[in-house]
Structures are given as C-alpha cells and as structure tokens.
Design a protein around this ligand. Structure first.
Ligand SMILES: *[C@@H]1O[C@H](CO)[C@@H](O)[C@H](O)[C@H]1NC(C)=O
Ligand SMILES: *[C@@H]1O[C@H](CO)[C@@H](O)[C@H](O)[C@H]1NC(C)=O
Ligand SMILES: *[C@@H]1O[C@H](CO)[C@@H](O)[C@H](O)[C@H]1NC(C)=O
Ligand SMILES: [Zn+2]
Length: 478
C-alpha cells in the first residue's frame, strides 16, 4: 500500500474495533495506546502508529475489519477529542427535539473557527477541517489545545467529549490475577446480617441535606455551579473533603491540571497489613444548559457524590474498620472527558498500586414515571466479574431494585479499566439515559422523578460490595 507507506513519516492513527488479544501481540501497537471510545454499537480502540512496520502490521491485521480507519495524525500543537452522542432514551429526544445531529456538533466547532478567521483577516477561505473521522453518532476532531478543555460548553446537549491523552500509554487488559479476589467473593457470596446492619444505617435525611448543599438549593452553600472551572466546584471540593475527614479518613485535594478543581481523595487505612485498595467514587463536577452559568448537577453527579458522603457518614456512625484500604474519591473534570480520573488512574498505575475493585456511581437518582426502582449496570465498559458481583449484591441488600443493563456509558470507571484495574459503574436505569434534566440547569433535587430512595438503595449496593470484598470490623456498641 504505497500511499500508507508514504504517509507514515507524518504520523498515523489507527482506529480499530476492540480486540484485546490481537493488540497485545503487536508491541508497536500495545505501547502506543490512546484509549477506548464508544463508537455507535461498538467500542473502538485508538493507537498511534509510529513506524512504517507498524503501519504494515496494522493494515494487515485490522483494515479488513469494520469499523476501522487509518487516519493522518494532526500536527503536534493540536489535541484530539472524541465526541459522541450519548445513549439517551428516544422519549427524551422527541420531547426536546434534539436528535443526534452531527451537523450541530460541526456547527459548534466551526463557529469558533470562523470567528478566528475573521479576526485575523486570514486569506485562507476555510481553515483546515478539524475532522479526522466521523459517523452519524461519533466524530474525532483535532483542535487547538486551548480549546479542548472548554469544548463541553460548546457542544449541543447529549453530545459528550472525551479528550484523547496527549501521550500514548501501554495497552492493558484487566488481568485474571487482578480479578481473582472479586471472583472469589462472588463464588462464596451469601447474605451477611453484619453487612446489612451497616448499609441499612445509611441516613436518608443526611442524603437530602447533602444534595441540597451541593446543588445550592439550601440557599447556604452559595454554589451556583460545580463546573470544573467554577468557584462552586472549589467550594464543593473543600466541603466534601471536610465532611469525609470528620468520619476518620485522611483526605487530600489533588490538582491534576491547571484551572481545574481538584480530585478529592480520601483514604481509610486498613487495620491489617494489606497493600490492596478498594475505591468507591463519583464525580462532583457538573454541566448545565448551553449558555447558562447555573449547573446544579443534582443527579449528574450530585447523586453519586452524595452516595459517597452517605457511606462516609455511616463508616463513622458504625465505627467500621477495614481489612483492606478503602478510598472514597470524588473526581472533577469528568464532564471535560474523564480528565481527573485519567490522571488518578495513571498515577496509581505508575505506582503499581494493587486496586482490587473500583465502583463509580454516576447518576443514581432519576426514576422515570411508572418505572420501578432500578439499578443499571454497564452493558459494555465494565469488568464483567465486578459487574456480576454488584448485580448479585443488589439482590441481597437492595431487593427493591430491579437490576438491568444500560448502554449509557463512559464515566470515570473507564479510566481505571484503561489502566488495567477491575472496575464497574452503578447507574439509575436499565436502558439509556431518560432524565429530562440531564446536562440541564434544572438538574435539581426537588423535582418530579428525583428519587432519593433509589439513590439510597444504590449507595447501599456500592457500599455492601466494598464491605464484602474488603472484610471489616464493627465497633459501634456503646
Ligand atoms: C445508625 O446507627 C447509629 C449507631 O448505631 C444509630 O444511633 C442511628 O440511629 C442509626 N441510624 C439509622 C438511620 O439507622
Ligand atoms: C506490601 O508491599 C510492600 C512493598 O512492596 C511489601 O514489602 C509488603 O510485604 C507488602 N505487604 C503485603 C501484606 O503484601
Ligand atoms: C450473579 O452472578 C452470576 C455469576 O456468578 C452472573 O452470571 C449473574 O449475571 C449475576 N447476576 C447479576 C444480576 O448480575
Ligand atoms: Zn456524570
């Protein structure tokens, strides 16, 4: 293929269907991995191809498969962003007249380009197209780096961006060894009255207060938005840190990129000698309506964040001590493309950390009219053993939840899976996103469909899974 050979010197990208074993066999690919991306009904993996030999390997192995593509890499001052239409319920698209129109996304991107062209009186008729790859529901674009972190404020509703990492990393799979512990707990799983007495102690009134603080509905926090760049996000980060510290954890605010509010990382050290760590998480940053400064994020992801707080408060009330290190983490930068969790998962990988389980709670409170209380598990992006354990634990401790699978995807657990750590997500629904206030400035906690009982039931499941895998002691008898 002469054209491909000639272009290799300029740098090429390979977009290939997810195929774990094949990638591991080709070191020139497996050392140059740029992430997994949801691509319509499939998942695609992106690689940088640096040598003509690698281009040859890629074209021999992958180019006959669909969907895939060899793409010219952009110049080094540009950053890549993957933009996809979220999995949303058809009822939501009809009621808001917002179908998955890629043209709207392209308009949003080119509006900026047009402005700049006019200002500089450029003689070029149209700037080079930023589009490297497109389907009806996804697009890969190359943008000036100063634009990529604000792309979420320009995209039409229901479109979500993920920033492609600047430098490639090693392609990893979640190894058999790393899921061994989860598999063992699953095979021996039975109802534990001790676990039940702990998770049933989660306090609904506390959840209601906490969520009103985070959304600003309580009129006291002063929070208008928790967008990653807003002052409200920093208020929230400090407040979450202080609340969890009061429960006996050691917390730190970890800055991962200039301008972004920090990740809040809290740790309860194991009381027995163990290097293993379990992570329960949510993201506290939020996104509002296009053009609005208000982003209360009551459900996305005030619900997951409040669930984490409710778990911390219960650890303190019941005086739980763990036999494995437990981290409660709330990320920022999720809405800009998993930026905070990507940084933390890479850091843990660089430290060769032993993460035995990670469960992200993202959107747990919305319940559509006439639907039962539900727990949605990831259909695609999730470690199957972790997802199965969470599903079985739900039946034991929150039997009121109907468990099913969701095509809504790609929250912070994805960053952990990319680094080879076992992880999954808990979500509010079997099926796609149905919350009419999704990515809307009306995402408050006091509204029809916001069901704190479902948030509570899902937090119980997240917590019970950690308790079963960690092992623990209770010292609450006073
Ligand atoms: C939780 O447990 C504490 C201490 O055992 C008890 O005082 C409190 O009433 C319980 N709360 C709930 C909601 O069960
Ligand atoms: C934890 O890691 C340290 C350093 O690698 C090692 O010396 C120690 O034996 C490990 N502890 C356990 C319980 O595996
Ligand atoms: C429960 O675990 C089994 C494997 O032991 C799995 O096949 C099943 O799907 C799990 N149930 C749920 C609801 O996740
Ligand atoms: Zn979210």
């Amino acid at each position: 293929m002469p054209t491909i050979q000639a272009a290799a010197g300029l740098g090429l990208l390979l977009l290939a269907p997810l195929n774990s074993t094949l990638f591991l066999e080709a070191p020139c690919l497996s050392q140059n991995f740029l992430g997994h991306y949801r691509n319509g009904e499939t998942t695609s993996s992106l690689f940088r191809l640096e040598t003509p030999d690698c281009v040859q390997v890629a074209s021999n192995s992958y180019l006959s498969q669909e969907p895939n593509a060899l793409l010219a890499a952009p110049s080094s001052e540009k950053r890549l962003v993957w933009i996809e239409h979220e999995s949303v319920d058809p009822s939501l698209l009809r009621s808001t007249h917002q179908g998955p129109l890629l043209d709207d996304v392209l308009d949003a991107l080119s509006a900026r380009n047009r402005d700049e062209t006019q200002q500089t009186l450029s003689t070029t008729e149209s700037p080079a197209s930023p589009i490297l790859y497109r389907t009806d529901t996804s697009v890969l674009v190359a943008l000036p780096s100063e634009e990529v972190f604000t792309i979420d404020t320009r995209l039409p509703r229901f479109w979500k961006s993920t920033i492609v990492p600047e430098s490639p990393s090693a392609y990893r799979v979640v190894s058999d060894d790393s899921v061994e512990r989860v598999r063992r707990v699953l095979s021996e799983l039975k109802f534990s009255p001790a676990v039940a007495s702990v998770v049933n102690n989660i306090s609904i009134p506390h959840i209601q207060n906490d969520i009103r603080f985070l959304t600003g509905e309580d009129g006291q926090s002063g929070i208008v938005s928790r967008h990653s760049f807003s002052p409200g996000a920093r208020t929230a980060a400090n407040w979450i840190k202080n609340r969890i510290e009061e429960t006996g954890a050691k917390c730190r605010l970890e800055n991962f990129r200039l301008g972004f509010a920090p990740n809040v990382i809290c740790r309860y050290a194991s009381i027995v000698d163990s290097n293993d760590t379990i992570i329960l998480s949510g993201h506290y940053d939020s996104r509002g309506s296009f053009g609005s400064v208000r982003a209360p994020g009551g459900n996305d992801d005030g619900s997951g964040t409040t669930g984490i707080l409710s778990i911390a408060r219960t650890i303190a009330r019941k005086r739980i001590r763990f036999h494995t290190n437990l981290e409660l983490v709330t990320f920022a930068g999720e809405e800009q493309g998993l930026v905070g969790s990507d940084a933390y998962a890479r850091q843990l990988r660089a430290q060769d950390a032993s993460i035995v389980l990670m469960i992200q709670a993202d959107m747990t409170a919305y319940r559509a009219p006439d639907e039962p209380l539900q727990l949605g598990l990831p259909e695609r992006i999730g470690t199957p053993e972790v997802t199965a354990l969470v599903g079985n634990i739900s039946a034991l401790y929150s039997p009121e939840l109907t468990v099913g699978y969701s095509s809504a995807c790609c929250s912070d657990h994805q960053s952990f899976i990319t680094q080879g750590f076992p992880a999954s997500q808990v979500f509010e629904r079997a099926g796609p996103i149905a919350d009419p206030m999704y990515h809307n400035s009306g995402d408050l906690s006091e509204r029809v469909g916001y069901d704190v009982n479902q948030l509570y039931a899902i937090a119980k499941v997240q917590f019970a899974t950690a308790l079963h895998v960690a092992g623990f002691e209770i010292a609450d008898s006073e």
